[in-house]
Structure formats: structure tokens, C-alpha cells
Design a protein around this ligand. Structure first.
Ligand code: NAD
Length: 532
């Protein structure tokens, strides 16, 4: 009776509900058990187990709120990394011919296991990244949705057929996996971003090597444990740790056929050039400068809340965070009310249930963000809410920055030209929707944007004319779910196929087209076959 009650409770507990820490009765993950005891000496993940690195160089990773040492990331040696490519290349030979429904079955089991582990992985994200627990749960859930999408891979792997393309000739095509595929990932979604890639490429029949962010290394190992326990064979999912040398290894390794990159523009441009030069398929999701336009017809409460949630959630460390608000016409009169709301936003360590945002992930990031706020002051903008000097009681050493709101920003200011990637919102006032669209379209980045309006013709004009790949109408962070693709444009993306959705399948497969003739015919011909 007792155990039945427990099962029922577990089944009906939604992932985003408030689950107390006591609810975690059992730790599933070895890496999490280890990290709860103290700093983890991180290893690589090869053939379904942790393989220690032989390196002498390590990067220390600190808990962003407490500054306690959380982990040491190895800067893997060439020999370390070659073990991973060898394992992935060997595993590919068997994995590609494993029936597709069997490959998908691993993902079905991974979905179930992740439901059991979601809380402890979210907990890890709070300690490693600094985000709040509800935000971390949201990240786990978005990763889970891509695994769910991979469960239906067989329907997405069909080719095409056409009978009688010429006399007695038929043509048909197959989607075939590429071989060893790879990803280089950022710090801000250490669990979700690798899952934008791994479930799809693996279920399509490829093997995979992940180079996670050196600043948040443990989620990649937790994913390895998840897939191992779901039955993924040795060598199909592997992790190599490191920084620039590891990235260059991925770009150059002849065994690797594709690179999926998510991160900043300088790194993405480098990887695109170096990876394509060695003949690899490369897709790069890069930096952003996302605008939100407020029209006079907008619902004021909805617009102001959306600005705050999308600007300051995750301490602004989201590529789809709104970073610039454009107030059109009289909506600039709403700024004082917005400022009062911003002052009520709660900053604290991520386990505090009242916290709206936590610290930024590293000390270096904090210094960079503070210098951009300072530059705005020097260049004549109005800093109406300044979070530069915020100290959180009990976490005095943490990398906290309070929500900051800067008005009267102009396009040549450094704070507008650079991606801030922190809890800082910029604002500008404009006279019309036309002016706002023209201004936004002049920005070199094109990840996402949003409009708040109750006027359908304004919304239609906006969605049609803006030059960003993702548009929100009364939605502040329009990140597409896994059945669509993440479609950044312009300087926010490099490549031909976007991440996940239909584009993801195209990226992880090559199409092979076969033309067959089943009729004895020994005639000599020097021309293309013609229908007879
Ligand atoms: P980052 O570019 O510093 O690091 C990303 C990865 O690239 C890491 O694995 C890192 O080791 C590697 N790297 C960094 N510099 C390199 C270099 N010079 N040469 C080779 N490799 C290098 O990015 P980050 O700080 O981890 O993440 C934040 C950035 O990612 C922001 O610009 C954000 O907009 C972007 N991002 C974009 C998306 C998207 O989908 N468009 C999603 C998340 C984050």
C-alpha cells in the first residue's frame, strides 16, 4: 500500500512542479553522487565509461553562487581524444545497421529514465551553472522533448521512390547516416544544447562525440550515463573535454563528418571555416541581439511582464533573451511602471524558491557585464536601475548582478553593439512600427524578436518584414519546440541546415539515390537513357 502511494505520487508529479529536495530518495547518477561529495575531477566519456585524462592542464570550475570548487575540467591530450574518435568510428560499423526501431527503443527508454532523473539533473545545473531550480527544470524538460522527437525517427528517415523513370528503370533514395558526428557546446544550456543534437544524430544511425563547455562539464557525463542505462551500445555517445585544442581536434579529425556548434560568434566563425575546410558538414548557432517592440495597442501588463521575464530570466544568459526593448509612441510613458516592477525582481542563489534569477556563471562574465554597464554610463545612456553593486546576503562571493535597465540607448553605444549576455535590458523610443522594423533589420544578428500588440495588421506586417529567423507575437522568447527547427538568421547562424526538426534530420543524413534496371539489355549506348 505504501509503495503504491509512492508510485502514484511519482507518476502524477509534473516536471515543473515544486518538488522539495527531500523528494530525491535515490541518486541515479554516479557523477552526481560524486559531485555531491566535493569537487569532481572530470574524465572523458568513452565506450560508456569515464576514462581519466592524461593531461597536466585543468580548468577549475566554481559554483557561481558560493565560489566553492565544483569540478576540474581536463584539457584533454591528443591521445585522450583519439581514443574517443577510435571508439566512435568502431561503434558506427555496427550501430548503422542496427534496425531503426531498435535504435529508437533506446530513446524511449531514455525518456522514461530522464523522468526519474530530472530532479537530480536540475539540481546539478543549479550548482554548476547558477540558474534557479525552476529554470533548470525547464532546461531538462526542453532536452527531454528532443529525445521524445527522436523516438519517432523511423517516420522521418523515409526516402523517395519513383517507378518507370525510363524503360524498365526505377529510382529510389535512402537516407543514410554520416558516420561519426560531433558537437561543440556552450555553457548556458549545458544539458539542453547537447540534446538538441545527440538524440537525433544517434537515432539516425550516427555515432557522436560531444565537446561540452569547459565551464559546465558534468551534464555531458550525466547524459552519457542516461544513454548507457537506456541500453545505448559502447562507443555511440562519447565526450571529450577541453577548450580550444579540443575544438581544433574536432575540426581536423578525419573520422568526424559533421560539427554542430552552439556558442559565440568568434568561436562559431572559426569552427565554420576550419571545419568546412576539411570537408565536414557544419551548422553554427551563434550570438544574438534580440529586440522586443511594444506597440500602443499592447496589453500593458502582459508586455511589461514579458519584458522582465525574458530580459532577466536565467540572468540574461539565453541566446533568445530579449536584450533591447523598443517603445513605440506613447508606450515610453510605461517606463516608470516598468522600472518599479524591475525593482521587485528577486536575485538569490538558485535553490531559494523566491529567486527570479541567480548569479552569472563566471567571475570573468560578471566583470565583462559590469564594464558594459559602465560604458553605457560613460556614453550618455540613462541607467534607471543599476544592479552593478548588488550583494546577496549569505552569498557575498557570488557572481550576482541585479537586473539593470538602461534607457536612451543609441545604436553606436558599445552596450548595443555587443551581446551583453547578462541581466541588462536596453531601451529605445521610436515613433512608428516602420521605424522599429527598419532599425532592427539593420542589426547584423537575426536570432529572434518579438512584438506586443493587439492589432492583427501590425502583427502581420511585423512577422512578414522582420529579418530574424524566429518571431514572437505576444510571446517574448519564441524558441521553437523540437518538432520545428531552431531557425536563426543572418549573423546568428552559419550553415545550410538548422538544428533539430526536419532540418536536423537533413543535417545528420546523406541521401543516396539509386537507379535500377531489371531487364536484360546488352546494347551499347553513348547517350542518356531516353523513355521508350
Ligand atoms: P563560447 O563561444 O565561448 O563557447 C562555446 C564553445 O566554443 C565552448 O565549447 C568553447 O570551448 C568553444 N570555444 C570558445 N572560444 C573558442 C575559440 N576561440 N576557438 C575554438 N573554440 C572556442 O560561448 P559561450 O560563452 O559558452 O556561450 C554563450 C554564447 O553562445 C552567446 O553568444 C550566446 O548567444 C550563444 N548561444 C547561442 C545559441 C543559439 O542557438 N543561437 C544558444 C545558446 C548560446
Amino acid at each position: 500500500m505504501q509503495s503504491l502511494k509512492l508510485i502514484q505520487k511519482k507518476k502524477t508529479t509534473p516536471i515543473n512542479s515544486q518538488i522539495s529536495n527531500q523528494f530525491i530518495k535515490k541518486l541515479f547518477s554516479d557523477i552526481l553522487k560524486e559531485s555531491k561529495k566535493g569537487p569532481v575531477i572530470v574524465g572523458n566519456w568513452i565506450d560508456n565509461k569515464i576514462v581519466p585524462s592524461n593531461t597536466t592542464q585543468w580548468l577549475e570550475v566554481y559554483n557561481p553562487a558560493t565560489q566553492e570548487l565544483h569540478a576540474k575540467t581536463p584539457m584533454s591530450t591528443q591521445e585522450d581524444m583519439k581514443k574517443a574518435t577510435a571508439a566512435a568510428a568502431k561503434a558506427f560499423l555496427k550501430w548503422r545497421s542496427t534496425p531503426i526501431s531498435q535504435r529508437a527503443r533506446v530513446m524511449f527508454r531514455a525518456v522514461n529514465l530522464l523522468h526519474e532523473r530530472e530532479e537530480e539533473i536540475a539540481e546539478l545545473l543549479v550548482r554548476e551553472h547558477g540558474k534557479t531550480l525552476p529554470d533548470a527544470r525547464g532546461e531538462v524538460f526542453r532536452g527531454l522533448e528532443v529525445i521524445e522527437q527522436a523516438c519517432g525517427m523511423s517516420a522521418q528517415m523515409f526516402g523517395e521512390t519513383l517507378e518507370n523513370v525510363s524503360a524498365y528503370m526505377d529510382t529510389y533514395s535512402y537516407r543514410q547516416p554520416l558516420g561519426v558526428t560531433s558537437a561543440v557546446m556552450p555553457f548556458n544550456f549545458p544539458f539542453m544544447c547537447p540534446l538538441w543534437v545527440a538524440p537525433l544524430t544517434i537515432t539516425a544511425g550516427n555515432t557522436f562525440i560531444l565537446k561540452p563547455s569547459e565551464r559546465c562539464p558534468l551534464s555531458a557525463i550525466a547524459i552519457g550515463e542516461l544513454f548507457r542505462d537506456a541500453g545505448l551500445p559502447d562507443g555511440v555517445y562519447n565526450v571529450i573535454n577541453g577548450a580550444h585544442d579540443a575544438v581544433n581536434f574536432v575540426c581536423d579529425a578525419p573520422e568526424i563528418k559533421s560539427i554542430s556548434f552552439v556558442g559565440s560568434n568568434p568561436a562559431g566563425e572559426h569552427i565554420f571555416a576550419r571545419g568546412t575546410a576539411t570537408g565536414k558538414k557544419v551548422q553554427c548557432n551563434m550570438g544574438a541581439k534580440n529586440h522586443l517592440v511594444v506597440m500602443p495597442s499592447a496589453n500593458k501588463e502582459a508586455a511589461l511582464n514579458a519584458i522582465i521575464g525574458s530580459g532577466y530570466g536565467a540572468a540574461g544568459q539565453r541566446c533568445m533573451a530579449i536584450s533591447t526593448v523598443i517603445f513605440v509612441g506613447e508606450t515610453k510613458l510605461w517606463i516608470p511602471e516598468l522600472v518599479e516592477k524591475i525593482k521587485k525582481v528577486v536575485v538569490n542563489e538558485g535553490h531559494d524558491p523566491k529567486a527570479d534569477l541567480g548569479p552569472v556563471t563566471t567571475k570573468q562574465a560578471k566583470q565583462r557585464i559590469l564594464s558594459l554597464i559602465q560604458s553605457a554610463k560613460q556614453e550618455g545612456a540613462n541607467v534607471l536601475v543599476d544592479g552593478s553593486n548588488l550583494v546577496v546576503k549569505g552569498f557575498e562571493k557570488g557572481n550576482f548582478i541585479g537586473p539593470t535597465f538602461i534607457s536612451n540607448v543609441s545604436p553606436q553605444m558599445k552596450c548595443y553593439k555587443e551581446e551583453i549576455f547578462g541581466p541588462v535590458l536596453l531601451s529605445m523610443n521610436m515613433d512608428s512600427l516602420d521605424e522599429a522594423i527598419e532599425f532592427m533589420n539593420a542589426n547584423p544578428k537575426g536570432n529572434g524578436c518579438s512584438i506586443f500588440t493587439q492589432d492583427g495588421s501590425q502583427a502581420r506586417k511585423f512577422q512578414y518584414e522582420v529579418e530574424t529567423g524566429q518571431v514572437g507575437i505576444n510571446v517574448p522568447i519564441p524558441v521553437p519546440l523540437a518538432m520545428f527547427s531552431f531557425t536563426g538568421w543572418k549573423g546568428s547562424f552559419r550553415g545550410d541546415h538548422h538544428f533539430y526538426g526536419r532540418n536536423g534530420i537533413d543535417f545528420f543524413t546523406e541521401i543516396k539515390t539509386i537507379t535500377s534496371k531489371w531487364k536484360e539489355d546488352h546494347t551499347l549506348s553513348f547517350t542518356f537513357p531516353t523513355p521508350k
